[in-house]
Every structure is written in structure tokens, then in C-alpha cells.
Design a binder for this molecule. Structure first.
Ligand SMILES: [Zn+2]
Length: 409
């Protein structure tokens, strides 16, 4: 394998499209088989690294392990049925898992060793090199498209969106409910980025994730928690009870597991739609957006929501907000979340604010304000200060202030 030096150039902006694909039964069987083989390779590579590290204190590299692949294929001829780039990526995944492990060791943490994966948890295949291991054919007709995969052939693909940019990787994955999707990551050029820039906006906003609402804006508007959060949560709990009641190895259990998986999938989709909508609205309107740098404390702020739903929603909300804002040329500033709820947004007085206290009443200046509104004003003020914008009167100076995301902690 080539030992190319990785150039330290900054990461080019990318975007990922997800399309549903419809493999034929035969193709599906092949993909399933590849997943099993990749899972075995993954576990073997982990095992080898573990032994090398435990027995000799040696850490094997990606190149070391890639170089062994041809020999592995001699011993296990069925491995040769998997496109070699897909197998190399399996080794890459192991490499990344170990890099993350060593990074955390260096930071003085006590991480667990990278773990083996079960067949159920191994559900994606990565195809690199557009034009070589995968191809995309848009048919021009409606949404029809074809994904051509090396050693598999043409798979029907529904392209509900047009791709801009240069395709780099395609990740084919199976959902727990047995649907197949492909995530196509493209590299964007400056031209594509410019196209997405929105007309400038002078409006500013601070956003606080709320107690009773999804988010509270410094403009005194709120984003409510969608009703489906609670509805789906109840359905999920019911389905999970059914699953735990069903005895192992029965058809009932299989059915119950599919129902649970389907609810999870539906929650994920609805959550994604909800967040995408809210993020688009915020980015379209505000030119300067201040948020808290997400910390664990925030995730337990909303006791009304099922923790899993809330956690995933907020982290996704912040991630999407940052991505969309960057694309649109908006300015996002992340501030330290400490004291944003304890400080009086009018005079700077500090007082403890237990979660049960919903209204901030300042003994010093007499301000009475909704707790989350106060928080959002503090977030906006902190962000303004962090970028040296002390007043709304200072005009935007894009040439001095780099657009993008700035984190102040
Ligand atoms: Zn005050």
C-alpha cells in the first residue's frame, strides 16, 4: 500500500446527500454477505491490534494492516468477493477507532479499548473513489437514478435532489427495518458555497435551549417542543414492553423487534424534519446567531422529555445550525454556558437559579423575566462581547470578521 504523506491542507467543505436505493433480491443477498465479511474483517483487525499492543506494546498502523489483506484473501477466498477498497475502509475504521483511543489515553482519560462489533451492529459499506468503485447516473427523468457499485452493478436509486459538487465517497447502509440507503459525500467548491449565501441580515439572536420549550430566543419568541416527542415516546415504551415480554427465538419477538426499530426510525425522521425546518427559519432571518457551546449540563435541562429524544434533538439542532449557518454565510458564535442562567441580563447580578425557578427576579435592579429569555439575552451579550461587538450600532464588517463559527470557552 502506498504510504502517502497526508497533506496538512485544511478540510474542503463537504455536503452529504442521502438517497434511498432499491437493490434487487440478489443484490441484497450480496450486500448482506459483504456486511458479514466486513464485520469479520473488522473484528479480526481489532483482535490483531489488541494482541500486538498487549503482548508487544506495538501499535500496528493502517498501512501495516492493509498490506496483510492480500494474504487474508488467499486464506479466505470469499473475502476477494468484496471490492478491495471496501475492505481497506474496514481497516481504516479500525485505525480511526484506535486513533481515538490513543488520543484519549494521551489526554489522561481512561478509555475502553475499541470493541468488537456484532453482525447486527455492522451495517454499512464505504465505497471510495468516484468513477472507480462507484458511479452515479442521473436519468434525467423525475427522480430516477442509478448507483453503480463495483462488483455489484447497477442499483436503482431515487434522487430526490440534484447533486452539486464532486462526489468523494458513497456509504451504503442498511437500516434496522431492512431499508437500504446511500450517503453520498461531495466536495464543494467556492462557487457552490457562494451560491448558497443568503442576503446579509443585521438581525441578531441568542438561543437558549429551554425547560418547557425546545428553545427560547432573545427576541422573546419560542420554539415549542413538537407534540410527536411525547406521542412517539409513549408508543415506543409500549412497543418495548411487548418486546421484553416476547420469549426469545419466537416469531413474536422478531415482529416486536421490527416494530421497535420502525418507531425509532420514524422518530429519527420526524426529528430531522422538525430540526431542519427550525434551523432554516433561523438562518434565513438572523445574520448573527449566538448559542451555548453544548455541554452535558444542557442535556438534562429538560426533564419533561425522554432523555434519549432530547439529547439527540439538541445535539442535532446545534450541529445543523452550525452547518447551515456556515453555508449561508451567517456568523455563529458559541459561548461558555456557565452562568448564563444565573446572571441578570440587565445588571449582571449573580444568584443561584435552581431548575424549578422559572422566573428570574433580580433583587438588585428589579428585573423580572422568564428564566430562559434571560438566558438567551446573556448568551447573545456574551457572544457580542466575545467578537468585540458591543453595540448593535457597529456595522457589519465582513472583511475584518471572518465568517463562520467561533467558540469561546
Ligand atoms: Zn439585575
Amino acid at each position: 500500500m502506498s504510504k502517502r504523506e497526508k497533506s496538512p491542507t485544511e478540510k474542503k467543505p463537504t455536503k452529504t446527500y442521502q438517497f434511498r436505493i432499491y437493490p434487487t433480491h440478489k443484490q441484497e443477498r450480496t450486500l448482506e454477505k459483504w456486511l458479514v465479511l466486513c464485520c469479520e474483517t473488522y473484528n479480526a483487525a481489532i483482535d490483531e491490534r489488541k494482541s500486538a499492543y498487549r503482548l508487544a506494546g506495538v501499535s500496528l498502523s493502517y498501512e501495516d494492516q492493509c498490506a496483510e489483506l492480500p494474504d487474508c484473501k488467499e486464506v479466505r477466498p470469499d473475502l476477494a468477493e468484496v471490492p478491495s477498497q471496501v475492505l481497506q475502509d474496514v481497516v481504516k475504521r479500525v485505525d480511526l477507532a484506535f486513533q481515538a483511543f490513543f488520543k484519549r489515553v494521551e489526554e489522561g482519560k481512561k478509555p475502553g479499548f475499541p470493541r468488537f462489533k456484532s453482525r447486527i451492529r455492522y451495517h454499512s459499506l464505504t465505497f471510495k473513489q468516484f468513477g472507480n468503485s462507484f458511479q452515479i447516473h442521473a436519468m434525467g427523468k423525475k427522480n430516477r437514478g442509478t448507483l453503480e457499485l463495483s462488483k455489484l452493478g447497477q442499483v436503482k436509486m431515487v434522487m430526490h435532489r440534484q447533486i452539486t459538487g464532486t462526489p468523494k465517497t458513497a456509504i451504503v447502509k442498511r437500516t434496522p427495518t431492512g431499508k437500504w440507503f446511500v450517503n453520498i459525500t461531495v466536495e464543494l467548491r467556492a462557487k457552490h458555497l457562494q451560491e448558497k449565501h443568503l442576503p446579509p441580515s443585521q438581525e441578531e439572536v441568542g438561543i437558549d435551549v429551554g425547560l418547557s420549550t425546545f428553545a427560547y430566543l432573545s427576541t422573546e419568541e419560542t420554539i415549542a417542543n413538537p407534540r410527536f416527542f411525547r406521542e412517539e415516546e409513549a408508543k415506543l415504551a409500549r412497543a418495548q414492553r411487548q418486546l421484553s415480554k416476547a420469549s426469545k427465538g419466537t416469531k413474536e419477538r422478531d415482529r416486536a423487534r421490527t416494530i421497535v426499530a420502525r418507531i425509532h426510525e420514524r422518530i429519527a425522521n420526524r426529528r430531522k424534519n422538525f430540526i431542519e425546518q427550525e434551523v432554516c427559519r433561523l438562518v434565513a432571518r438572523f445574520g448573527f446567531i449566538a448559542v451555548e457551546a453544548l455541554v452535558v449540563r444542557n442535556l438534562v435541562k429538560n426533564p419533561r422529555l425522554s432523555k434519549s429524544i432530547a439529547d439527540a434533538s439538541w445535539s442535532m439542532f446545534f450541529t445543523r445550525l452550525v452547518v447551515k449557518a456556515e453555508e449561508a454565510g451567517r456568523h455563529v458564535v458559541k459561548v461558555n454556558p456557565a452562568y448564563t442562567s444565573q446572571t441578570c441580563s440587565a445588571c449582571g447580578h449573580h444568584q443561584p437559579m435552581p431548575l424549578s425557578v422559572r422566573v428570574y427576579e433580580c433583587p438588585q435592579c428589579g428585573l423580572v423575566i422568564h428564566r430562559d429569555h434571560n438566558g438567551s439575552l446573556n448568551i447573545l451579550a456574551d457572544a457580542r462581547q466575545a467578537v468585540g461587538r458591543h453595540s448593535r450600532v457597529i456595522p457589519e464588517a465582513p472583511s475584518l470578521q471572518p465568517w463562520g463559527v467561533v467558540t469561546f470557552l
